[in-house]
Design a protein around this ligand. Structure first.
Ligand code: KIV
Length: 262
């Protein structure tokens, strides 16, 4: 089993769709490793597992802790660590924190939200041999500034801006680009306008790959379901049912039976 690298991911553009999924621990990462090309330790961790209302509170050290765990479960997939809000406000801080990710974990790359305004930061990292995945469109770290999660690419001006963003991030040396919450036709044009692979989430089917948050796609997080999430399992229902059965067995004295006793 050959480990994915940034160059194998790059070579998949227009050849083979890229499958990316989030994971936050070794247990899940191990289950996804056979199938996923890329495992993203997303700052969505903050919401999916930390119970926060947005991603802004997660810290660099928390991301590093979870990235270390994910790397222990992975043999094949490329591992990407999301740089949390406030960890890459200027080039010096970004390089210091991304270097810490490389030193303290086995992550293959970091991910940074932002377009043209963050291109210098991406370049600083790639110039210092740190692989970067970009992230444009709806950027969850901008939620408080923008007053909500807003789909992008709704008019011609926005489309042109997104294409400029994508090209700037590509020129800065990123090996791949997440496009989130963007009209499908615009995501298709962005994909055609760059030579690096695009990975969509809520961006239609014409990107070079797709990413979903694992607890959303497997239905473990079931408080609400964004339009772009397809559930492949009703995980929360399965867990509630299993825990109910366990509780019944405990209450009725059926567990542990002799089979489970010394
Ligand atoms: O944090 C995350 O999980 C992400 C993906 C949704 C792209 O950034």
């Amino acid at each position: 089993m050959k480990k994915h690298s940034t160059s194998t991911i790059l070579s998949q553009k227009s050849e083979k769709k890229i499958v990316m999924i989030t994971a936050y621990d070794a247990l899940m990462a191990k289950l996804f490793d056979d199938t996923a090309d890329i495992i993203l330790v997303g700052d969505s961790l903050s919401m999916s597992f930390g119970g926060d209302s947005d991603t802004l509170g997660i810290t660099m050290d928390e991301m590093i802790y979870h990235t270390k765990a994910v790397c222990k479960g992975v043999k094949k997939a490329l591992v990407v660590c999301d740089m949390p809000f406030g960890s890459y406000q200027d080039e010096t801080q970004a390089l210091k924190n991304a270097t810490k990710v490389y030193k303290q974990t086995k992550a293959d790359a970091v991910k940074i939200e932002g377009g043209i305004e963050r291109a210098d930061i991406v370049k600083k990292l790639t110039d210092n041999s740190i692989a970067v995945m970009g992230h444009i469109g709806l950027m969850p770290q901008f939620v408080r500034l923008e007053g909500g999660y807003k789909v992008k690419g709704k008019d011609e001006e926005d489309k042109k801006r997104l294409i400029k963003d994508a090209k700037a991030i590509e020129k800065a040396g990123a090996f791949a680009l997440v496009i989130e919450g963007v009209k499908s036709d615009v995501a298709k044009e962005i994909t055609k306008s760059v030579n690096i692979p695009t990975i969509g989430i809520g961006a239609g089917r014409d990107t070079d790959g797709q990413v979903l948050v694992w607890s959303d796609m497997l239905g473990f997080f079931d408080e609400f379901k964004p339009k772009f999430v397809k559930r492949y399992l009703e995980g929360a229902d399965l867990i509630r049912e299993a825990v109910k059965n366990y509780a019944q067995d405990v209450i009725n004295g059926k567990f542990p039976s002799s089979e489970y006793s010394y």
